[in-house]
Design a protein around this ligand. Structure first.
Ligand code: AP5
Length: 214
């Protein structure tokens, strides 16, 4: 299965991606996590991305496409993959199409902006793995500590309200056109391959909805 997980920043893509990836035994490819890893390592890409990410802006398409092209050529992607946070512009989606990369299914997680703004202040992240928690809705077993490694959790620098509002505006402007792009696409015309999931409510219930739809 080659799947795209679509949704606004904070809709719960990362949270549900972990589950889908385990359920289908395919790797999660989060361009956000990959960029944050490059920022931590201080690579050339990381240095360029850091400034844009902190401002809530998108990283240029050519840099993202190089990153994704290399990642999907790795062995673990032979049986499929789950894109989380990619594609994010029509140019990125068209680049996938032009390269003949088949998409079996698009899952859209729908959450409105007010709910997202409230959620983001409570998000805590384990940087190395991308594991995500919420202080109220999905707390770690021990406050501010990752369940699996025992390492500290951080708050992302782009999770302050002003930057979240900017990320949402960019989502509505540049990423939401992908909803129509994939709904109309011949890839998803036959059968229920465009899955819309209500992303508000209990995380386990949303997981169940996705499992059923898949
Ligand atoms: P990226 O890391 O991809 O961020 P994003 O798309 O903005 O998405 P988030 O990671 O913020 O949210 P999410 O939907 O994964 O939500 P989560 O599961 O964590 O990108 C960051 C930046 O990198 C971009 O701004 C851009 O600069 C750059 N970038 C990345 N990809 C790019 C691309 N393709 N092109 C160009 N630039 C790119 O959940 C959020 C919180 O809510 C968590 O605390 C979680 O525990 C909680 N939560 C989850 N589900 C629920 C629920 N049902 N109820 C209550 N709380 C919940």
């Amino acid at each position: 299965m080659q799947i795209i997980l679509l949704g606004a920043p904070g809709a719960g893509k990362g949270t549900q991606a972990k589950f889908i990836s385990d359920h289908l035994s395919i790797p999660q490819i989060s361009t956000g996590d990959m960029l944050r890893a490059s920022v931590s390592k201080g690579t050339e890409l990381g240095l360029k991305a850091k400034v844009l990410m902190e401002k809530g802006e998108l990283v240029p398409d050519d840099l993202i496409l190089d990153l994704v092209k290399d990642r999907i050529s790795e062995k673990d992607c032979a049986n499929g993959f789950l894109f989380d946070g990619f594609p994010r512009t029509l140019d990125q989606a068209n680049a996938l199409k032009d390269k003949g990369i088949k998409i079996d299914c698009v899952i859209e997680i729908m959450v409105d902006d007010d709910e997202i703004i409230q959620r983001m202040s409570g998000r805590r992240v384990h940087t190395a793995s991308g594991r995500t928690y919420h202080i109220k809705y999905n707390p770690p077993k021990q406050e501010n500590i990752d369940d699996e490694t025992g390492e500290p959790l951080i708050q992302r620098p782009d999770d302050n309200e002003e930057t979240v509002r900017k990320r949402l505006a960019i989502y509505h402007d540049q990423t939401s056109p992908l909803v129509d792009f994939y709904k109309k696409s011949s890839l998803v015309q036959n059968g229920n391959k465009y899955i819309e999931v209500n992303g508000v409510g209990d995380i386990a219930t949303i997981q169940e909805q996705i499992k059923k739809a898949l």
